[in-house]
Ligand binder design. Sequence first.
Ligand code: AVJ
Length: 320
Amino acid sequence: MTAEPLEVYLEERDLERGLRDDVRAGLSAEQKWLPPKWFYDARGSELFEEITRLPEYYPTRAERAVLAERAPDIAALTEAKTLIELGSGSSEKTRLLLDAFTRRGGLGTFVPLDVSVSALRGSTAQIAADYPGLRVRGIVGDFTRQLDRLPTGGRRLVVFLGGTIGNLLPAERAEFLTAMRAALEVGDWLLLGTDLVKDPSVIVPAYDDAAGVTAEFNRNVLQVINRELGADFDPGAFDHVALWDPEHEWIEMRLRATRPMRVRVLGMTVDFAAGEDLRTEVSAKFHREGIAAELAAAGFVTAEFWTDPDGLFGVTLARA
Ligand code: AVJ
């Protein structure tokens, strides 16, 4: 319906400041790290879409199976007027929900929010074209920081899919869910996708695929920093590493220096020893009881918990 449905809350300048702050903090730390949101420039978003089609990367297919089966229930239970999607990316699986809501009638507005301008431009244009009558308002933003900018009023359903909540550390997760609950009102809903704990022999290959797409995705963050901040990383000199941490029950992606390196960025000199790791992502996996407990602690009430037939991925519907 709306022709240019993109609202750029997080402006280019804010984004770049965020990147600069994160690079400064992460690369000067004793254990070097970067937050995963900087993976998603146009190339990174493309590589992620490619990852979702890999034979080893089960989460997307498993979550899609749940949504395909349960979308009509979700539409009937929530009777939402506004659908807000955090970390929406391509919104490919969300179409299953939009289809169910369209059949039912009553959904007026779709609000995808993502840090990737390129992903959002594509998805908003296509969804606006494919769902005539639906108001589409894309928001460029960081889902941890833009919760107070969500549209108010009407019955809202916030969906946070893909297991992206696993990118947050436990304390960050608690803070995020609490802020989410504060942004919602009684009568609003949250649909949360979470990858489930299972044998590491299934999880690790999903983050270390044979074709090397995830490795390229991981190294792409160095290209982003080179381009945006004029750094001189040699991405080819870093190995992709995916590690299962059994204590925290999360996957860590790292970039491992294959030789000693000195990198210049933002006026800093960053030295890597041979074999030194830069942590680029945590992707936590969950148990059913843990999800319910974290939601309850934030003030949500779990209404439904569904998994795919193989029990790989969980989707929780909770009320505010
Ligand atoms: C988009 C955060 C859900 O953690 O599985 C895929 C990102 N990283 N392969 C995930 C990712 C490596 C993905 N999320």
